[in-house]
Design a protein around this ligand. Structure first.
Ligand code: WA2
Length: 282
């Protein structure tokens, strides 16, 4: 193969990869904006009205009817900030106990994940029990999101920063598929725009989160482009560059020329890359 052909091939691969990375990033950004808007909806119509204008039924209905706005998410949910001193009253009011999050392998009946079968959460300083969910993630109602490591870290980072934050890829409850969770904190409306992290933490009333099923969303995206015969695509979380986490694509990849496109999911604490290769040598 001559040099000109090699250069052209390289450029084609770069263009295809950049286009796909940009599409993924744009779809993610659109979904993220809508999750942000849901956090404002909760602030306005749940916390900002007495009595609240939102209950589980209206939340499920609204999130189902607007799911087209969040193409990459598998479900959204709202968890309340509950201090230990408030737990008893909270549980009486809702008629259920705050549950401890358990992974698939710990769950009493493997593959049968129902909150009713979970144990009550042991005493903690504070909790984040889910009170509203989109139907698709109804299995997390009553679960304390602070009892899962990734969700816990997200909650702390979201409320101190007042920004949307992302977890590393981890196995989601029930589906057991690799995904990421996006979290926005919801605040009391008297939070000044230039608040300190501590003021933000104190003004927090809850957490609006969405789960993203990365593998199926990248798959859908690539299918739209009908390029699967041509290139092999991998998406990695490269936050820790020495330990990249595969979010999409085959584990074993060929030896051919690779092009790397950056993917910006909007959380400066996380780094993501798309790696592309031609399936066939020329
Ligand atoms: N949502 C869906 N499946 C999950 C999950 C989650 N978190 N965590 C593990 N599997 C209510 O950040 C607050 C959603 C967490 C929000």
């Amino acid at each position: 193969m001559n040099a000109a052909m090699t250069a052209r091939r390289k450029e084609t691969l770069a263009n295809m990869c950049d286009e796909r990375a940009r599409m993924l990033q744009d779809q993610f950004n659109v979904s993220m904006n809508h999750v942000n808007a849901l956090a404002i909806l909760i602030s306005t119509f749940h916390h900002g009205k007495n009595p609240s204008a939102i209950n589980q039924k209206t939340f499920a209905e609204y999130t189902a009817r607007t799911s087209f706005e969040r193409p990459l998410t598998s479900g959204v949910a709202y968890a309340l900030k509950v201090l230990h001193s408030e737990r008893e009253v909270f549980e009486k009011e809702h008629g259920w106990r705050i549950k401890k999050m358990e992974t698939e392998d710990q769950s009493p009946v493997k593959g049968d994940y129902t909150p009713e079968k979970l144990d009550p959460s042991p005493a903690q300083e504070e909790y984040a029990p889910v009170i509203f969910t989109q139907e698709t993630v109804s299995h997390i109602v009553s679960v304390d999101m602070m009892s899962g490591k990734e969700d816990h870290d997200n909650i702390l980072r979201a409320r101190a920063s007042a920004k949307g934050v992302l977890t590393s890829p981890f196995k989601l409850l029930k589906s057991n598929k690799l995904g990421v969770v996006l979290t926005f904190a919801v605040y009391k409306d008297d939070l000044p725009p230039n608040a300190t992290p501590q003021q933000r933490i104190d003004a927090t009333v809850g957490y609006l989160g969405a789960s993203f099923d990365i593998a199926s969303l990248v798959e859908k995206l690539l299918q739209q482009l009908a390029s699967k015969q041509t290139i092999i695509v991998n998406v990695y979380d490269t936050t820790n560059p020495s330990v990249p986490i595969t979010m999409y694509g085959p584990d074993v990849v060929g030896t051919g020329e690779v092009h790397i496109s950056n993917v910006d999911f909007g959380d400066p604490n996380r780094k993501h890359e798309m790696h592309c290769r031609f399936k066939h040598e020329p």
